[in-house]
Ligand binder design. Structure first.
Ligand code: PMP
Length: 320
């Protein structure tokens, strides 16, 4: 395998069937409009080497959000939650996913050649693919950030509440800008001029022992990780959690800031626009949430078992 090429699993799931990776192809003229209205989910499975189990995090909530996303973009989905749960767990078993894994269902309009503003509800197709994605929790990874010059999309423009692929151009522009300016990530402000999100992740801030995060009307995705972390901050750390508008200068003055999401997990942000956040290193609340979250994700913590869909992997035959 050449450098930069990603290892791919043996199977994916496409329109109701498991298929060999190589056999799942579309015609090149289908590129373009098929993904403008497409919606997707990003889901993660965490491998526990002690129990030889893969724990998929909040699968039901992700599938419900996928259903909401398809409803909003008027792309009827032919598969219910039970069917998709089975499709995903069977796919992980078939791919022998004995490692941390990203799972991406993508609903898009098929056969779009020449259609452009295709008729509502036509030819909805669904792909589910998986790939390895190791966790960075507990590694000490930190980010620097800038407040972006791009504004976050808003509910009456392109609703950020759902995972429409087109929405991601906004975060991508902010991400490019941050990279070119020498930062790891960006914070986008919304049309109210307050903090919305980072590209692909929500934002949390600790001030005076309380956890603050932009409210669900702040042009954010209704993040499943955000909800989990708010719950654990309240119930495990005993913290007060406040959802409200956050000004950019509050970030600069915070004791701790981190982003969160399925891919972001908990990512400490230690410097924003060259203002060190707190002591400029991973703060104690972020570190504690990171630790609790890891245990929950890998099934080492008995609480929040309802968040895990456990997939037992076939026992590997000993290498002779
Ligand atoms: N905001 C955006 C724009 C995202 O793409 C994501 C990742 N899905 C998040 C926030 C975090 O959401 P979740 O915790 O549900 O992954």
């Amino acid at each position: 395998m050449s450098e930069g090429q990603q290892r791919h699993p043996a199977y994916l799931w496409w329109n109701g069937q498991q298929r060999a990776w190589e056999d799942a192809t579309v015609h090149v003229t289908d590129l373009g409009w098929s993904t403008v209205g497409a919606v997707f989910e990003g889901i993660r499975g965490y491998w526990n080497p002690d129990t030889e189990q893969l724990h998929v995090f909040r699968l039901a909530e992700h599938l419900r959000r996928l259903a909401m996303s398809t409803k909003l973009v008027r792309l009827p989905l032919a598969y219910d939650e039970a069917a998709l749960t089975g499709a995903i767990t069977d796919l992980l078993t078939a791919n022998e996913s004995r490692e941390d894994t990203y799972i991406r269902p993508l609903a898009y309009t098929g056969k779009t050649s020449g259609k452009r503003f295709a008729q509502i509800g036509s030819d909805a197709e669904l792909l589910i693919n998986t790939h390895p994605m190791p966790s960075h929790l507990g590694t000490g990874m930190t980010y620097t950030a800038k407040v972006s010059s791009w504004t976050r999309i808003s509910d009456n423009v392109m609703p950020p509440r759902v995972k429409n692929l087109s929405n991601y151009r906004n975060g991508q522009l902010a991400g490019y800008e941050a990279t070119l300016d020498g930062y790891d990530t960006a914070f986008l402000l919304n049309t109210r001029g307050q903090v919305a999100e980072a590209p692909g992740a929500c934002v949390m801030m600790i001030r005076d022992g309380k956890l603050f995060t932009p409210d669900s009307g702040a042009s954010i995705l209704e993040s499943i990780t955000r909800d989990a972390l708010m719950t654990m901050a309240r119930e495990v750390l005993g913290m007060e959690v406040v959802e409200r508008g956050i000004d950019r200068t509050e970030l600069y003055m915070a004791d701790e800031v981190f982003t969160c999401g399925t891919a972001a997990e908990v990512t400490p942000v230690v410097d924003i626009d060259k203002y060190p956040i707190g002591a400029g290193e991973i703060g104690p609340v972020t570190a504690e949430l990171d630790r609790v979250f890891q245990d929950v994700l890998r099934g080492r913590e008995s609480r929040y078992g309802q968040w895990r869909t456990t997939v037992d992997m076939p026992v590997l035959a000993p290498v002779s």
